[in-house]
Design a binder for this molecule. Sequence first.
Ligand code: FEO
Ligand code: CA
Ligand code: CA
Length: 702
Amino acid sequence: MADSRRRLLNLLAPAPVHGNRSSLTCRFKCGDACFHEVPNTSENEYLGDIIDSVISRRGLMKVGVVAAGAAAVAGTGVSAFVNAPRAAALDTRGGLPGLGWTPIAPSTADAVVVPQGFAQDIVIRWGDPILAGAPQFDPYAQTAAKQAGQFGYNCDYLGFFPLDKRHEIMVVNHEYTDEVIMFPAYDAANPTREQVEVAWAAHGLSVVVVKKNQGNGKLTPVVGHRLNRRFTATSDFEVTGPARGSRYLKTSADATGYKVRGTLNNCAGGNTPWGTVLSGEENFNQYFANGAAVQGGLPQQAISRYGIPTGASERKWERFDDRFDLSREPNEVLRQGWVVEIDPFDPTSTPKKRSMLGRTKHEAGTSVIAKDGRAVVYSGDDERFDYLYKFVSTKKVQPGGAKANADLLDTGTLYVARFTGDSPAAEIDGKGTLPSDGAFDGTGEWIPLCTDTESFVDGFTVEEVLVFTRLAADKVGATKMDRPEDVETNPVNGKVYMALTNNTQRGTAGKAGVDEANPRTANKHGHVMEMSEAGQDPAATTFGWNILLLCGDPNDPSTYFAGADRSKVSPISCPDNVTFDEHGNLWISTDGNQLGAHDGLYAVPLAGEHRGEVRQFLSVPTGAETCGPWVTEERVNICVQHPGETNGSTFEDPSSHWPDGGDSLPRPSVVTIWQQGKSAANQRGPKAPAGPRGQRIPDPKA
Ligand code: FEO
Ligand code: CA
Ligand code: CA
């Protein structure tokens, strides 16, 4: 029986190594990245020997010294935080602004568990209709044509834009597909064309207008709304920026190097102040096959540095479309791994691949406006020992939304980050012990890789820096990080927060050792970095940083919670996405909790006496990760991604029945949560947003 064979395959699968991730997650989410050799084998070791010279030369401020917040710069014309909400006073005398709820205990329930006093509802599930005429979901009769009009699988990034008083535009991306729990009797060795094409249609992004319910946080999709859209693995995308038309991007199907079919593995993203969404193509490598059979042209280093399969791919898409077979179309793999930009306000717009932001396994594309009005975009490259990147535009953000900023991201400078600790290397013991100055902290530089017209990397043209960004960054001494994921600017205090999910190979044999920015050996619970751009300007080329959290069980001495009383801290493991509420509290979602409970969403005060007191707000169902947190005055929204994705779970016998219960199939879904018994404007619970995320840049002439 197909079912028993799959179980056997799963038994034979390697033990989970990515946190508490199941082998299914490893297999489908990132192509078993953790079982493969770390792609970054460059000689780019931590540059501890230049610490002293860098510190003395730069004379940088540390994070703690940089004090000005959004309030200080708002109202000064085009400022760093022109979109910041009313800056809420960080008055902690009364307790915890925005966090007046009792944290939940870690949970293993097959449910979304929220604090007492909060209610929840499902907004939309995998397969629910979006476009006019799309049918209701029937997992036994799914087709690609149906899926193309329905909500996709494994929702990850989640963002909203106000549309009118009663409606918002919801933008969600769909990272990947879990075929063994999507399709009845799925045979991984012999997927059918229909299954493959359903999977193509279940990837990508969804734009869905939702109607807000008066008096609570419920959101109802408006099926068939003129703005509703699906982007999939077969939609047309346009390449913009310096790599447009590059010889590296030309294929049999596209001799121009301008047009790409589809987007793959979209992970974290961000709403821009000019009203678009940026979404990072992450583990795109896993969909391509036969990297070892590439003839001429593409160097093997370009295959291995991105972890592209040398033989068959997991999903066998190469059997159904040559573009996934590198032996036939070697350049197709170079057309994925970009940050894509979509305009949710224009249903006729062509989505863009913004080549100026480089090609990596992008996690996030979060934007903020520099003091002089230019756009700044941060993006992590989510792989063990990979890097953090920043783009600074040449042009200034203009009023007028997407149209007025259509080429904003096509000219500018791409940087990669180098972190330098300020404590002696001998004091970083790998066990999380604070160095004698009391902090894992230091300074950093944004090392320029290229502008749109000039490369700063020896041996690389501009287009080569952008297409082979990892290889270029290896050459300039970027700091190897513990899986940089979401990175986002706090609109209240102006600092930048980055989740580093984990890296169990840090400091192990043959791998890069600990450094002050990645201070734990075999870092299995990850950490959160707090950064401050010099002069509070997002366009700065230097920054200060400190580690805010070393995650784990607070009873574990290798953990650190910004000096908070450990008895007040919720256990937290594998931070992934970050966001902020209107008070400037940091919210963190997790992926791969290794503490025996399910993943969750956590809030952390960053100022005052409660700084560092991690509080768990919710827990997600069996096998799921928490994604796309969106925290506003009215409600909290999350994506529940890959429920039921545990070892041995199948369509016939899934390990989760969320959200529909009974013996139903698990369905990745968007959830909305609100505080009961309070009008939306009168909540004491999670409060409102987060500057650059939901709002368009105001017209200064208005
Ligand atoms: Fe798709 Fe790095 O998480
Ligand atoms: Ca230090
Ligand atoms: Ca993620």
